[in-house]
Design a protein around this ligand. Sequence first.
Ligand code: ZN
Length: 147
Amino acid sequence: MSDSTDTASAAKPTRFEPPVSDASQPFWDATREQRFLIQWCTACDQAVFYPRENCPACLGTSFEWKQASGKGTVYASSVQHRAANPMMANRVPYVVAMVELEEGIRIMSNVIDCPPDDVVVGQPVQLTWEPLSDGRNLPQFSPLQEG
Ligand SMILES: [Zn+2]
């Protein structure tokens, strides 16, 4: 192996970036266009998240992808004062939250754009995106702006 570590145009990650698996590849590809796709089991007609090879309910392997509305509520949250991952150390304090989307799935994410202590269970939030170093975008959530 002779490849150098400072490859010409590769941006350096500035945060922990989730790995891509075969099952989650379509999900991550869609985030490049800032679309949040939910894997949907065609056998038992239910949303599956995180993307995986088999439906956790019926073990089916036939899926389609549906675009999420991007609206959800905070199901659980906690303020991190010490980063679990060293790459997140410059972000403390930050909010780690389980967000329940309208479609019924729950995603572990961060709630941003507000003081960490303001985030409460039941709070309406909306999807926003944080660019990753490889062109993907990471789903994040911010307080829903009432129109
Ligand atoms: Zn199923």
